[in-house]
Ligand binder design. Structure first.
Ligand code: AMP
Length: 500
């Protein structure tokens, strides 16, 4: 059946998730603070679902965390266990139906689900469940997972039910789940999206990023492993781990480190800020160019530019030690950001996006006037930001503007949870780097190599999802090629609950 979505899930879930289980304290405020810490992962809607041992409580609304919850709302979210979610806006508008956590009550209890990622076979599972009488209220993947899990829970214990659901769903998912007052965390077998475990004085927390754990004064315990189910103890004293699905390779999203995650988060054992600085250093090694100043596109280019400038002050562009008296390059903040302008990227029309770049960034004339400039950003998607900024710097008097990008060219869409624009909109799809440089009127343009990204992350290419920069995905996606042997679960009318 057609739900008005493509097979990649139409309304994609680009989000932040949390879950907490405390010994006595109410979970609502820690959940609220951790959602605040994850606000960068989603600004469209926010929600919390708690359970007080008898009953589930839910508050989910469109808007930013600070606007969605009033004191009263938090007071009514009773219970020491709960989950939370922030949802990323999709291009072209808001989508009330898909605000999360999704909550449902059924025969064997109540379920709450918060999902970051994107399934590629949700429609098939939905069709089958609808055929079996399940009624869906939204078009999102999350409800599909919830129904499948609810069904499995009628016939199996919690751990087996989650395992059976994991064997049916295909794609990327980091989930926090509440089953009555038990909080669970699940990370897909490829570990595409991040999820980590933190310890608090009086309980445990699961979160998309460790920055949320820091906000609660907790300690990062570790990442949830790919294919692992973590079940937090009801009394907040610990957690149990079940490795439910094993794969030979992971498919960590490199773009989390490049752009999406907070620089102060530790993901899969690496501090995002340090990875970005390393990427910046590699950028200098691969394509450094001697200019008067190096400047970041704030905020996303900052860590890259600091690594790039540090490397530039150590060695020349030819890789030789700087001679005595050669001061290297000047690291300057040449663009000021208006922090009250939201993300320009998600503005629906090109005209609006261009206007918004101007609103958002303004050059400091004295740092660029009469100078040769290297401008550093993390990525180019449509090319709107770079084109505008090159023009802006030239208008402010820059003699030359060279662009260095801390990621490889983005040539293909992301199906796994990051809103990247369609292939037609991507400036690097089907164009050489020289042609892109010309199109954005830069004096020169260089991107970072894929190998440098893998090295900076300390991972082999086979353990990364590089779909957006290679056009080959670690999943079986209709109409796209895959870069590995993947088994897509066959959804049929066989028993939904297979034997172990
Ligand atoms: P564009 O102007 O379309 O080339 O977008 C590139 C700019 O958007 C860069 O400054 C990036 O930091 C930022 N960016 C990259 N990916 C995303 C994304 N998925 N969502 C929002 N902004 C992004």
């Amino acid at each position: 059946m057609d739900h008005g979505r493509d097979q990649t899930g139409g309304p994609r879930e680009k989000c932040g998730v949390v879950g907490v289980s405390l010994s006595e304290r109410s979970a609502a405020r820690p959940l609220y603070y951790s959602l605040y810490a994850l606000q960068h992962r989603g600004q469209e809607s926010a929600g919390i679902v708690t359970h007080d041992g008898f009953q589930q409580h839910s508050h989910v609304e469109m808007g930013l965390v600070g606007d969605v919850f009033a004191e009263d709302d938090l007071d009514q979210l009773n219970g020491t266990a709960g989950i939370g979610h922030v949802r990323y806006p999709t291009a072209g508008g808001v989508n009330t139906c898909c605000a999360q956590p999704f909550s449902v009550s059924f025969k064997s209890g109540s379920l709450g689900l918060a999902h970051n990622g994107n399934l590629v076979n949700a429609d098939e599972i939905r069709d089958e469940l609808e055929g079996l009488g399940h009624a869906f209220t939204s078009t999102g993947d999350t409800e599909v997972i919830a129904h499948d899990l609810a069904r499995n829970l009628l016939e199996a214990d919690l751990v087996r039910a989650v395992k059976k659901t994991m064997e049916r769903i295909h794609g990327s998912y980091s989930l926090t789940i509440s089953h009555d007052d038990v909080v669970l965390g699940v990370r897909d077998p490829e570990g595409n999206r991040p999820l980590c475990i933190g310890e608090l004085d009086d309980g445990y927390v699961l979160a998309s990023e460790s920055a949320a754990i820091d906000t609660l004064d907790g300690d990062l315990v570790r990442d949830v492993r790919p294919g692992e189910l973590v079940v937090l103890d009801r009394d907040g004293t610990g957690f149990d781990s079940y490795q439910l699905v094993d794969r030979d390779n992971t498919a960590h999203c490199f773009f989390e480190h490049v752009y999406f995650a907070r620089p102060d988060s530790v993901i899969d054992d690496s501090l995002v800020y340090e990875v970005r600085r390393t990427l910046g250093r590699k950028l200098w090694e691969e394509s450094g160019i001697e200019t008067d100043v190096v400047m970041p596109v704030p905020d996303s280019g900052r860590a890259f530019a600091s690594g790039y400038a540090e490397a530039a002050n150590g060695t020349t562009a030819e890789g030789e030690e700087r001679p005595e008296g050669d001061d290297g390059v000047e690291f300057a903040e040449g663009l000021m950001k208006n922090r009250y302008v939201g993300r320009t990227f998600i503005m629906p029309t090109q005209d609006e996006r261009e206007r918004a770049v101007r609103l958002k960034l303004n050059p400091i004339k004295s740092t660029v006037e009469g100078k040769t400039v290297t401008l550093i950003d993390d990525s180019i998607v449509r090319g709107t930001t770079s084109t505008q900024l090159v023009e802006l710097l030239r208008d402010a008097g820059a003699e030359e503007v060279h662009l260095r990008i801390g990621a490889p060219p983005i040539v293909a869409p992301c199906y796994m949870g990051i809103d990247m624009a369609s292939r037609e909109e991507l400036i690097a799809a089907g164009q050489s780097v020289d042609d892109i440089g010309e199109q954005i009127s830069a004096d020169s343009l260089s991107y970072l190599s894929i190998d440098a990204v893998a090295e900076a992350l300390g991972e082999s290419r086979a353990d990364l999802c590089l779909g957006c920069v290679t056009g080959e995905y670690p999943y079986d996606i209709e109409g796209e090629t895959t870069d590995r042997d993947v088994e897509r679960p066959q959804i049929g009318d066989t028993s939904l609950v297979a034997d172990d």
